[in-house]
Design a binder for this molecule. Structure first.
Ligand SMILES: C[S@@+](CC[C@H](N)C(=O)[O-])C[C@H]1O[C@@H](n2cnc3c(N)ncnc32)[C@H](O)[C@@H]1O
Length: 205
């Protein structure tokens, strides 16, 4: 089930506005960040919470199969349209990241961008991502995180209860044991609270 900010704004509205709301950030560098993270994708690849398909154009040819999941029917509809209009073949499956309808070790790559912040249970979503990865498979991520700056982090913590947007479970902390190229970044043209980002790749043991 979609997270709290998503429910508060209404799934239909969020899906309808998403591309317009993020365009400034995409143009100011977010698209480049996506491209850098996704350049490492290869083989059978799963993207949970794929939204309106902002990542579609960034997948390299090394991706041999692409499966996109979305729990929101409103997003999934837009996702199907975007896949149909793109040159990339992809299967769209309606499912939350916490309960993926795939067998263990099915994928070579799981790629998630800006998705843990809206998942109801980010830790469960990460466990599922690891479950469907084959041993040696990779998790690529670009996610909001708690700020390094203690002042900003305090505000993030205070507002977490009210809006439920900021994932206080840092993907970096959760999978730190196996992360091999972690980078901190800033969400361009975004309010300070949601600016801190982390991206990288973790390999399944
Ligand atoms: C901020 S948007 C990001 C969309 C896309 N990943 C991107 O990078 O543009 C968050 C997405 O996560 C989806 N979502 C919400 N709850 C989810 C869950 N429990 N599991 C998977 N996706 C979820 C929302 O429907 C939305 O499409």
């Amino acid at each position: 089930m979609p997270g709290r900010i998503y429910e508060a704004t209404g799934g239909r509205l969020f899906a309808a506005l998403y591309d317009r709301l993020t365009k400034g950030s995409e143009d100011a560098g977010l698209a480049d960040m996506r491209a850098r993270v996704l350049a490492k994708a290869h083989g059978a690849t799963l993207e949970p919470g794929a939204g309106t398909g902002a990542n579609l154009k960034h997948y390299p040819d090394a991706v041999t199969e692409l499966v996109l999941t979305e729990p929101s029917e409103h997003m999934a509809r837009r996702l199907r349209d975007k896949v149909a209009a793109s040159r990339r073949a992809a299967q769209v499956v309606v499912a939350p990241a916490e309960h993926l309808p795939f067998e263990d070790a099915r994928f070579d790559t799981v790629a998630g961008t800006l998705v843990l912040c809206t998942a109801d249970d980010p830790a469960a979503a990460l466990r599922e991502a690891v479950r469907v990865l084959r041993p040696g498979g990779q998790l690529l991520f670009l996610e909001h995180v708690r700020a390094d700056d203690p002042g900003l982090a305090r505000w993030q913590d205070r507002l977490e209860g009210a809006w439920g947007y900021m994932a206080t479970v840092s993907p970096a902390a959760s999978i730190a044991a196996s992360v091999d190229d972690l980078e901190r970044g800033r969400f361009p043209k975004a309010p300070p609270l949601v600016r801190p980002l982390v991206s990288g790749r973790a390999t399944r043991a």
